[in-house]
Design a protein around this ligand. Structure first.
Ligand code: IPM
Ligand code: MG
Length: 358
């Protein structure tokens, strides 16, 4: 029997609550499938670790997780520590060196969940957003001089490489091809940003020639927000830059009913390093420790983890269990307008996994 090594990094805020729930659910899937097991190593890195050690993770942190099969991540963010420190010290400190360049964000209106869009009752909204995850606006290029003086100057340079754009375009076209509609929207801003975004567009048309069976179009990011709201049915797979997709994916999550549900995979498609799976909701300190965080975003991320490990049957079983539970309003947490607690949802999903038809 195969044993997968999982590195669990709960991080901060509700991250600890949802990752514990996610680990329980993964164990339940493994038990039910009986063809593999999980060995979970937990790493208590994040804001509290920073307060003790002056850094978000140990210097050799990446070495400790380099050979794991996958990483389950909670969130990074702490009210007493500036956001750019928590982000660059943990999440990006893993994503970038591990070359997890494809960030995949599926969005669907799950059974029992209500979209704020009147025209959407479920099937009209079924998207996957592919976010470039290694460069662009998050390249970390820039600087600050004359700090605090009236002459202070600061730059954040969005850096795009041909190799980086080619690989994300190829990934997105391939993903679009694997979905029934074979439809890709390339998001851009090449009207205003006349260098890198123009290269982005050019590379998209070049790569498109390798994928004659995929229908694709190009959309300016501002117009894309309108299209997502007004014509959600016209969208299937989307590829966008790091920052554009960051913004669009929050909108997508809200249109699908709640940020608490939305999952993410940070993929290293070549598998030279482990990939990382996380809910997109963040640390949510306002509800931390109350036991009311929605664990569904983490469970859906666990589905993506199972898919990445190649275990389709386990992934399908978990997704079905999740959908069974969201369909029942008794298991809706406060972000969905209900009163259920994290533990109630977790227990219900585990029961659905164990159930005969799940
Ligand atoms: C996301 C988040 C992060 C990001 C934050 C927490 C820095 O919003 O994963 O979308 O901007 O990448
Ligand atoms: Mg975001």
């Amino acid at each position: 029997m195969k044993t997968y090594a999982i590195a669990a990094i709960p991080g901060d805020g509700i991250g600890t609550e949802v990752v514990s729930a996610g680990v329980e659910v993964l164990a339940a899937v493994a038990r039910r499938e009986a063809s593999f097991a999980f060995k979970v190593d937990r790493f208590d890195w994040g804001g509290e670790y920073y307060k003790k050690h002056g850094r978000m993770m140990p210097e050799n942190g990446r070495d400790l997780i380099r050979t794991h099969d996958a990483i389950l991540f909670g969130s990074a963010g702490h009210p007493e520590i500036p956001d750019h420190i928590t982000l660059w010290g943990l999440r990006l400190a893993i994503c970038q060196p591990f070359d997890q360049y494809a960030n995949v964000r599926p969005t669907r209106v799950l059974p029992g969940i209500t979209s704020p869009l009147r025209s959407v009752d479920g099937p009209e909204l079924d998207w996957v957003i592919v976010r470039e995850n290694s460069e662009g606006e998050y390249a970390g290029v820039g600087g600050r001089v004359h700090q605090g003086s009236p002459l202070e100057a600061a730059t954040d340079v969005a850096m795009f490489t041909r190799a980086g754009v080619e690989r994300i375009m190829r990934f997105a076209f391939r993903l679009a091809r694997s979905r029934p509609r074979k439809l890709l929207t390339v998001v851009t801003k090449s009207n205003a940003q006349r260098h890198a975004m123009v290269m982005w567009d050019e590379v998209a048309s070049e790569v498109a020639r390798e994928f004659k069976d995929v229908t694709w179009d190009k959309m300016l990011v501002d117009a894309m927000t309108m299209r997502m709201v007004m014509r959600p049915q016209s969208i299937d797979t989307v590829v966008a830059t790091n920052l554009h997709a960051d913004i669009l994916s929050d909108l997508a999550a809200a249109l699908a009913g709640s940020l608490g549900i939305a999952p993410t995979a940070n993929l290293n498609p070549e598998r030279t390093f482990p990939s990382m799976f996380e809910p997109i909701h963040g640390s949510a300190f306002d509800i931390m420790g109350k036991g009311i965080a929605n664990p569904i975003g983490t469970f859906w991320s666990a589905v993506m983890l199972l898919e990445h490990l190649g275990d389709k049957s386990a992934a399908d079983r978990l997704m079905k269990a999740i959908e069974r539970v969201t369909a029942d309003k008794r298991f809706h947490t406060p972000d969905l307008g209900g009163t259920a607690r994290t533990a109630d949802v977790t227990k219900a999903v585990i029961e659905a996994i164990d159930g005969a038809n799940a």
